[in-house]
Design a protein around this ligand. Sequence first.
Ligand code: ATP
Ligand code: MG
Length: 419
Amino acid sequence: MTELEFAQKVNDAGGTAYLVGGAVRDKFRGVTAHDRDYCVTGINEKKIAKAFPNIFNVGKSFPVFLLNIDGKHCEVALARTEKKVGSGYRGFSVKFDSSVTIEQDLFRRDTTINAMAIDILRDELIDPFGGREDVANKKIRAVSKHFMDDPVRALRAARQSAQFNFEITEETLTAMNLCAFELKDEPGERIFAELKNALKTDKPSIFFRSLERAGILEITFPEIANLRGKTQPVEFHPEGDAYEHTLQILDEVSKINPKPEIRFAALAHDFGKGKTPLEMLPHHYQHEMRGLDVLQEMAQRINLPADWKKIASFVISEHMRAAVMTRPGKIVDFLVRLHNSKISADDFNDIINLDNHGLPPFLANAEKILTEILKVSGRDAPPELQGEQIGNWIRKERIKALIKLKFLPDSKIEDEVFE
Ligand code: ATP
Ligand code: MG
């Protein structure tokens, strides 16, 4: 069924079909939307089911159907209104009968650029809040004072600002600030979902800077807010404090690496600097250790997936020593740890290269070295060796294999204690 056939059928059943949300916004941005969502007015659930016999309701608290339109599974929702009756995102009373108008449905949406609809049969734009103009002027603007009824909208607005590189209006920043109280109780999954979306944008720092401007960075991501004002030695960090450094590394890594979990690890690499005792500043001795505690707290709060946590932990604990290691034994031990971790050498290097302004040869060639040293296995150990002796033999042979590859400065090789 084509989109037009769908709209015609809805019309025949006494209703009107609209294209809504991101697809309309993206049309005016001049980009192809990744999905097309629809909204229908003027008919109830029963009539929809009659008009489309194999339609399938996937909504929990209100009707949302999945329909195959133009070869894709698309969401078709009945127009609805929402009224705040309690706290949090569940505290809504929802109304969806055939009297709800498209304007009413658009009113419950988050930002003006997302609150437009196109009447498909008439090819007519419904834009009660000036969304089209806001797209043209690159503005993120709350639809109404009900913005703060659902606190996750504050995160959505910040994320949209990063996604489209649009500016959030002053009143909307104030509305975001008013979400602070309820944001404290927002479920971790919802915060994580928006963080993940933000990490997929071209310049994720805009997300955190927007939350900061709205005065809610402390509530949403205290581990990042804590980096503000944590000075660093200027000779290594002309960019400024740990907050500026972190956002810079995050954006730089995002330019070369699309994976959100790697971008997250870049965001987390200096978390420990937020906990440096003030008298130690501008130095941050042992911030790796403190960073792991910060990550642990955050992981619990926002339900961080286990893999994301493992990757970030590895980067936090290894990022300082990896770049300065010289002794062959330490390097072998490190490369084996890297191999057994959840992060690839390339992904790890994307972060270290930017943080350290370059890579030592053993890191730049980590994959090549690993291929060679992992050829050494316990099966080849002399038969008289047992237990721990076999482990020591493997390590020694791997060190020899590493040295043979000639990625290390000669002076350091003599330092190595073999026995
Ligand atoms: P994307 O291109 O990222 O999918 P989208 O605008 O389609 O963008 P969705 O998260 O798929 O974003 O949501 C679809 C529509 O539902 C949005 O355009 C917006 O109008 C509305 N919406 C989603 N979440 C909320 C919310 N928490 N509060 C108000 N409106 C929302
Ligand atoms: Mg969408």
